[in-house]
Design a protein around this ligand. Structure first.
Ligand SMILES: *[C@@H]1O[C@H](CO)[C@@H](O)[C@H](O)[C@H]1NC(C)=O
Ligand SMILES: *[C@@H]1O[C@H](CO)[C@@H](O)[C@H](O)[C@H]1NC(C)=O
Ligand SMILES: *[C@@H]1O[C@H](CO)[C@@H](O)[C@H](O)[C@H]1NC(C)=O
Ligand SMILES: *[C@@H]1O[C@H](CO)[C@@H](O)[C@H](O)[C@H]1NC(C)=O
Ligand SMILES: *[C@@H]1O[C@H](CO)[C@@H](O)[C@H](O)[C@H]1NC(C)=O
Ligand SMILES: [Zn+2]
Length: 449
């Protein structure tokens, strides 16, 4: 009996030890498999090349961008929000909010009461244009202890609820868009912010290929030339990341704000002069109509129906009542947008009274048009390699960025589900907690005799 009990108890003890070992093993395997936990979060660089249409790299030799396809993630294309314009679209990317919510409804700042119109570059430090409630990523990240910077990115120069972005450089009017030396200096500066000053998030903006797209047109050889310059710059960026030893600690997203289409293929024919259809002086109290494919107008009191009916008969454009726009535009709830919105057919150009317009290419058209689609590339330690993503709306970049930075997003209209497959570990900060709890639970379970 005595002997028997001893044997039994020894047996139980060794069984317990084994259980403990197995428990520890399972717990740590569970932890390692389910946990994206990192001691230090990786940094994030968001680069925007203004007006980089989704297919601009397909008829140009772009060895560096081609290599990024193998080293990271490419989406076939992505779709900007409706109002395919620089400020509205960039601000949707950085807030994850539809234009009707963030209210940056044009490149120009305007006031329909006073008729004040402020050109794009001058709006960049006017907080009252940008600060309408929804917080951009910089501020949300800073509120959670991160350090952020904006190099020329639209919206970076404003204050939000009195709070400024930690480090800001704002592009001045007349700044040259295409100086390759300066492009590289911008990368050197950004890399020093990351490596020497420990910034967590930097947004970097380039004014090309938008500028060349407008002045020469997307079909001009100069557009190919500037895309080659962008490709060299991306090569310089990957070299710089390697040189700073940041291959394993910096994620990079390269994207844009809209595409570009050739306008006025047939001079005069593809021009729309709105005053031919409605007497603007008589019916409009406010208008921005000489701005490519997208026009806005405030009718004088009682004239709304007249304007709408007259413009409904005009060819090669679609006129909308603000309150009656397609749901997919996500513009109807905007308080800032005037009651009448005009969208020209692709390639047509809107004019109020005279043709003063000189551009060969433009945007502002319906975001369903393929020419308005833009690029998306991403690489770095948290991204899969050689991953081709289905097309998606740019609004979903926001939750992806929050996930990469391991921060709690502000209320937004995107969804991480759309983009999480491109990540190596698709769990979030919550799943760290969940896997920790699971690991402890399994461990305890196995400990109980
Ligand atoms: C932002 O706030 C700071 C501090 O109050 C102020 O100095 C700066 O001028 C503001 N900037 C803008 C763009 O409003
Ligand atoms: C380009 O930028 C560099 C560095 O900022 C400057 O030294 C050079 O003069 C610029 N070139 C032109 C053509 O503006
Ligand atoms: C960083 O990654 C690039 C490929 O993108 C590679 O060429 C380079 O050797 C890497 N650098 C280091 C230090 O591993
Ligand atoms: C523009 O409108 C005219 C008149 O309705 C029409 O004949 C023409 O086909 C339209 N052009 C395009 C490219 O849709
Ligand atoms: C976008 O998100 C905001 C904030 O959560 C919400 O109030 C709004 O209803 C959303 N818009 C749509 C169209 O779902
Ligand atoms: Zn733009």
């Amino acid at each position: 009996m005595q002997l028997g009990r001893q044997i039994l108890s020894r047996h139980t003890r060794s069984q317990r030890t084994m259980k403990l070992q197995v428990g520890l093993l399972i717990a740590s395997v569970t932890w390692a498999a389910a946990s994206p936990f990192r001691e230090t979060r990786n940094k994030l660089l968001l680069v925007s090349f203004d007006g980089f249409r989704w297919d601009y790299d397909q008829d140009v030799d772009t060895p560096h961008m081609d290599r990024l396809v193998k080293d990271g993630v490419k989406a076939k294309y992505i779709t900007p929000p409706m109002l395919t314009m620089t400020s509205p679209s960039h601000f949707t990317t950085i807030t994850g909010r539809w234009v009707e919510d963030h209210e940056v409804v044009h490149n120009m700042m305007f006031n329909t009461q006073t008729n004040e119109k402020v050109p794009h570059k001058k709006t960049l430090t006017r907080s009252e244009w940008w600060d309408n409630g929804p917080l951009p990523l910089w501020i949300t990240a800073q509120n959670q202890g991160l350090k952020t910077a904006s190099f020329f990115y639209p919206g970076g120069g404003a204050n939000y609820s009195g709070q400024a972005v930690n480090r800001v450089l704002v592009e001045k009017a007349g700044h040259p868009d295409d100086n390759e030396t300066e492009w590289r200096q911008k990368i050197d500066t950004v890399m020093s912010w990351f490596s020497q000053e420990d910034f967590d998030l930097v947004t970097l903006y380039y004014g090309e290929p938008d500028n060349v797209g407008h002045t020469r047109g997307p079909d001009h050889p100069d557009r190919k030339k500037i895309v080659r310059q962008i490709d060299r710059t991306i090569g310089y960026l990957t070299e710089a990341i390697s040189r700073h030893g940041m291959n394993d600690s910096l994620n990079v997203i390269i994207t844009s704000d809209h595409g570009m289409t050739t306008v006025k293929k047939r001079p005069l024919v593809d021009e729309i002069i709105l005053n031919k259809y409605v007497n603007l002086l008589k019916v409009a109290s406010f208008e921005i109509l000489d701005y490519g494919g997208f026009g806005i107008l405030t009718p004088r009191p009682g004239k709304e129906q007249e304007v709408f009916e007259a413009l409904s008969k005009a060819p090669n454009l679609t006129v909308y009542r603000k309150d009656d726009m397609p749901e997919s535009f996500h513009l109807a709830r905007s308080r800032r947008l005037p009651p009448i919105v005009i969208v020209a057919d692709l390639g047509f150009n809107l004019n109020s009274r005279f043709i003063v317009y000189v551009n060969k290419g433009d945007h502002g058209y319906h975001n369903g048009e393929m020419d308005m689609k833009m690029i998306f590339r991403a690489f770095g330690p948290d991204f899969k390699k050689n991953f081709l993503s289905e097309p998606f709306d740019s609004i979903h970049i926001y939750p992806l960025m929050c996930r990469l930075l391991n921060i709690q997003p502000a209320p937004h209209n995107g969804s991480l589900k759309v983009t999480q497959d491109m990540l190596l570990h698709s769990g979030g900060p919550q799943s760290v907690t969940v896997s920790l709890v699971t690991a402890i639970f399994i461990f305890m379970l196995l400990l109980t005799p």
